[in-house]
Design a protein around this ligand. Structure first.
Ligand SMILES: O=c1ccn([C@@H]2O[C@H](COP(=O)(O)OP(=O)(O)O[C@H]3O[C@H](CO)[C@@H](O)[C@H](O)[C@H]3O)[C@@H](O)[C@H]2O)c(=O)[nH]1
Ligand SMILES: [Mn+2]
Length: 694
């Protein structure tokens, strides 16, 4: 204690001071931090399995090469160690134009992949990225916009070259001399008659092949499997099987114990070249929209508790060209947001084609055994030591059509042959072998594709689906027969929603033909509005429609979208499903076999404009399907007018009371068919329905 100046000299009771040597410590801790990151990177990197990605294309006219390579580039740029990725372009069109486009893409990828990773951009399909608003916003990040402008220029130059060649229809000689691969086309007589063409465009094993930043690149392979006129090629299933294959010594032993022959022919192209434990299939029109999707899928496969029983992880099919009110009901949101997640609780969703990650073994026919464990890190040592040329030669043979003869490919192994929905039937067989599957819907869609833009395209696509699913129901693969005791009853019922699509045409046709005809004649088919029997009718009509409407709106649809969806269902039921039933019957009688009509992915300028404006495209030439649609629309209109006249003239006993439901059914049909009348009587554009053709 004291006073005055003495106080200042007092020392504080305690004092905290920074230690000396802070800089040294900081350097030390940074090195430890880097060390931990490297350890994690090492661990993480090594634990990730190899992934083989198959992109399918079938015709350079229907599926332009520029579309296919955009998909290829998007999957090459996944956030995944490139040395563990292999991308295969399966070209069923056997086209040198597609091959040329892929060569160009391989060069462009050296700039594109580092650009994507540096700025973490999405989506990684260049065409899709350059059409996003962010890519057009120059001001946000000056470095990004500068580099983006430079890379866009490169892309446009590549696009120009590819499109010029595509328009020309062949590859000019001066370009052909630049790559020996083109010489393969000297012996190609047609799309349906040629030898296997296989070119390893980027060899991931080669440490000299790097991108602009010096990082490794994914392996990139072009394959056009052999096709001969006297050999069935089994469409997409055949294309996939030429690639799939399996090389696993444990599995070979397991199989050879049962059938010695099998082990010899299990190797196919990708199992020879890269043998990734996981296989992803995407159609050429479905680019990757989420560069983390591979890692997302692996979270399921690699889960320590449940991962071993998962055979496939299916992502939903989303589309980037859906208009606000979805005129053709293509969004299938009720399927992907309600029905398939519903199946998830009963053993897993159906395999619906593109956007599906498979465990190689389960796709190749392995049965699930309780306690089965698979080490994703396991790599088959010493598998490929051959030089690129040797490897091309030895792998090519595996894509020959004679290679499959007398084997289990298309039956026990790989995707199943003979069904227009090779995906659904294959998934069902996998589930019946004891495996589970997963439906995964990340917030940012993993894949985006192209939905049909004309009525005819949509109806043809649905005919293929309905026919395939109906064939399954009537075959030994029927979910209630093959699935009995193997998959849950809930899942059997889940499958049957789709298997019963086709026969749905019969009640729909009845409702669209009988009530109007009887209305015209003045004969009542339903109870009077005053009768107690009217109540169940009213309840079912109101409740079923209200439920579907609520489900539709809950999943983000609009009211007009729901109305359009109802129309799309009506058209599908009266045409696609009817034709599916007829063709399935012919098929059962052995009078025909089902094919695979590839859905068109490009349309003319005026067709696209009408699609954007949500004007239905009937397409001026009158097919059987459009004739049915127009006839039913006219029948309902004619009968409604005739029937109403009869009622107003009091020619029917207690008119409205008796005929209320018939007028409602017929009136709804007329209201829903308004675009048909418009197309028949008022429209002048090329998308109208020519009344003269009826
Ligand atoms: O002989 C063929 C025929 C088709 N494809 C490819 O198969 C894919 C699907 O064909 P597409 O015409 O687009 O049919 P979609 O109806 O749009 O396809 C859905 O339905 C098919 C089953 O019908 C599934 O295989 C698809 O994955 C699924 O997206 C495309 O990449 C085609 O290139 C071939 O590789 N070879
Ligand atoms: Mn498609």
């Amino acid at each position: 204690m004291g006073g005055g100046g003495e106080e200042d000299e007092h020392l504080p009771l305690f004092e905290t001071k920074a230690m000396k040597g802070r800089l040294v410590y900081r350097v030390f801790s940074v090195t430890i931090f880097i060390g931990i990151c490297l350890i994690l990177a090492y661990r993480y990197k090594d634990e990730l399995p190899c992934v083989d990605i198959f992109v399918c294309t079938a015709d350079p006219k229907i599926e332009p090469p520029i579309l296919a390579i955009n998909t290829v580039l998007s999957v090459m740029a996944y956030n995944y160690p490139p040395e563990k990725l292999s991308v295969y372009l399966s070209d069923d069109g056997g086209s040198d134009l597609t091959f040329y486009a892929l060569l160009k893409a391989s060069v462009f990828s050296k700039q594109w992949i580092p650009f994507c990773k540096k700025f973490n951009i999405e989506p990684r399909s260049p065409a899709a990225y350059f059409s996003t608003t962010e890519s057009k916003c120059a001001s946000l990040d000056p470095v990004l916009s500068q580099e983006s402008a430079a890379i866009k220029k490169l892309y446009k130059a590549m696009e120009d070259q590819i499109e010029t060649a595509t328009k020309l229809g062949h590859i000019p000689e001066d370009i052909q001399t630049k790559h020996t691969g083109f010489s393969e086309w000297a012996s190609v007589t047609s799309q349906r008659d040629h030898q296997s063409i296989l070119q390893i465009i980027i060899d991931g094993r080669d440490s000299n092949t790097v991108d602009a930043d010096g990082c490794a690149l994914p392996t990139l392979v072009y394959l056009s499997r052999e096709k001969r006129p006297n050999h069935p090629h089994y469409f997409k299933a055949g294309a996939m099987n030429a690639l799939v294959g399996i090389l696993d010594f444990l599995y070979l032993q397991f199989q050879s114990a049962r059938n010695n022959q099998l082990s010899v022919v299990q190797l196919r192209v990708s199992s020879k070249i890269s043998n990734g434990q996981i296989i992803l299939n995407v159609d050429c029109d479905m680019y990757s929209n989420n560069s983390d999707a591979v890692k997302d899928a692996l979270c399921f496969f690699m889960d320590e508790q449940k991962g071993n029983e998962i055979a496939y992880v299916q992502f939903p099919q989303n589309f980037n060209n859906i208009t606000k009110n979805d005129i053709y009901g293509s969004k299938i949101d009720v399927i992907t947001k309600v029905e398939l997640p519903g199946c998830d609780g009963h053993g897993g969703p159906l395999y619906i084609g593109t956007g599906c990650f498979h465990r190689r073994e389960s796709l190749c026919g392995k049965k699930y055994e309780t306690g089965y464990k698979f080490d994703m890190k396991k790599r088959i040592e010493g598998k490929v030591k051959e030089s690129v040329n040797e490897l091309e030669e030895t792998s090519k043979v595996l894509a020959n059509c004679s290679y499959e003869e007398g084997t289990q490919w298309g039956k026990e192994m790989g995707l199943k042959y003979g069904c227009p929905v090779e995906d659904v039937i294959t998934g069902l067989s996998i589930q019946c072998r004891g495996w589970k599957s997963i439906f995964f819907c990340p917030e940012r869609a993993a894949f985006l594709g192209i939905a049909p833009t004309t009525l005819a395209q949509m109806l043809v696509q649905h005919k293929r689906w309905a026919e395939g699913d109906f064939q399954i129901l009537l075959s030994k693969y029927c979910p209630f027969i093959m699935g009995h005791g193997r998959i849950s009853l809930g899942l059997q019922m889940g499958y049957s929603i789709y298997c019963l699509w086709a026969p749905n045409c019969l009640p729909t046709l009845c409702y669209l033909i009988l009530p109007p005809l009887y209305l015209l004649k003045g004969i009542a088919l339903f109870p009077k509005i005053t009768s107690p029997w009217f109540i169940p009718y009213a309840f079912v009509i109101v409740a079923a429609n209200a439920y579907y409407l609520a489900e539709f709106m809950w999943r983000g649809g609009t009211l007009k979208g729901w109305w359009n969806d109802q129309r799309a269902w009506m058209f599908k039921r009266t045409t696609s499903y009817l034709f599916a039933v007829i063709d399935t019957s012919f098929n059962l009688l052995g009078l025909s076999s089902s094919g695979f009509d590839v859905t068109a992915k490009v349309s003319e300028q005026d067709v696209s404009e009408r699609y954007e404006k949500e004007i239905m495209e009937f397409g001026s030439s009158l097919s059987g399907m459009l004739t049915i649609i127009a006839t039913l629309a006219l029948l309902n209109l004619f009968c409604l007018v005739g029937g109403l006249k009869r009622i107003t003239l009091n020619l029917v006993d207690s008119g409205f009371e008796t005929m209320f439901l018939q007028v409602l059914v017929c009136g709804t049909a007329v209201a829903i068919n308004l675009p048909v009348y418009q197309a028949l009587f008022f429209r002048k554009d090329k998308g109208r329905l020519p009344i003269s053709g009826l």
